[in-house]
Design a protein around this ligand. Structure first.
Ligand SMILES: N[C@@H](CCC(=O)N[C@@H](CS)C(=O)NCC(=O)O)C(=O)O
Length: 203
């Protein structure tokens, strides 16, 4: 299998950590890929993902899976199922909801980052950047207020949160999330002790 990948992408990092934790990483070739708003990679759009986003997983039979959540559910199935996403019951829907929240927070952070880093300076709208960041900030509060999520056995929510906090450090180094959310700080330090999380910190 091939995974379109960039070391700074929190979505690709989620897949990489999941693959390591599920002992599937040796079956996946990481393919460095460049995609960015306003510079269309037409080949990628035509042959991999029409949305021009990474990661995408190209299976050995040529089938292409995206987005990161679909890929991780696929890998979880391949590893026997119920490992990173609970297989059934209320826990399954709770974890899927938490994953949707983290996906939305990451989308908001990426939009804020693109607005700051890609859009020409004269066209930037600070209020819109603040609004996107505010969504991520409230998402962090959701997890700070629910320490039972942070202390559960390792799952997709915890992988997603570790990737999100790593992305905050990379792209929003002045956000002071550690001061505002001390339980998330303790959680993050614990996550960084796992090999899969430690070796994938974005630089
Ligand atoms: N929902 C997607 C989001 C993926 C995504 O936004 N990836 C970013 C990289 S971190 C991307 O490819 N951006 C390029 C663009 O939006 O043009 C997923 O979970 O895989």
């Amino acid at each position: 299998m091939k995974l379109t990948f960039s070391p700074s992408s929190p979505f690709a990092r989620k897949v990489r950590i999941s693959a390591i934790e599920l002992a599937l990483i040796d079956r996946i070739e990481l393919v460095p890929t460049t995609v960015a708003p306003t510079t269309p990679n037409e080949k990628y759009a035509d042959h991999v993902n029409p949305l021009r986003k990474l990661p995408a997983l190209i299976l050995d039979n040529g089938q292409v899976l995206f987005d990161s959540t679909v890929i991780i559910e696929y890998l979880d199935d391949l590893a026997g199922g119920g490992k990173l996403f609970p297989a059934k019951g209320p826990e399954r829907w709770q974890v899927k909801t938490e994953n949707a929240l983290i996906q939305g927070m990451l989308d908001a952070m990426l939009l804020a980052r693109y607005e700051k880093g890609v859009r020409p300076e004269a066209l930037r709208w600070p209020k819109w950047i603040d609004d996107q960041w505010d969504r991520a900030w409230h998402g962090l509060k959701y997890f700070e207020d629910r320490p039972e999520i942070l202390s559960r056995p390792f799952d997709i929510t915890q992988i997603g949160l570790a990737c999100l906090l790593g992305y905050a450090d990379l792209r929003f180094p002045d956000s002071q999330w550690r001061e505002a959310y001390p339980k998330l700080n303790v959680f993050n330090e614990k996550m960084l002790q796992r090999e899969s999380v430690k070796i994938s910190v974005p630089k």
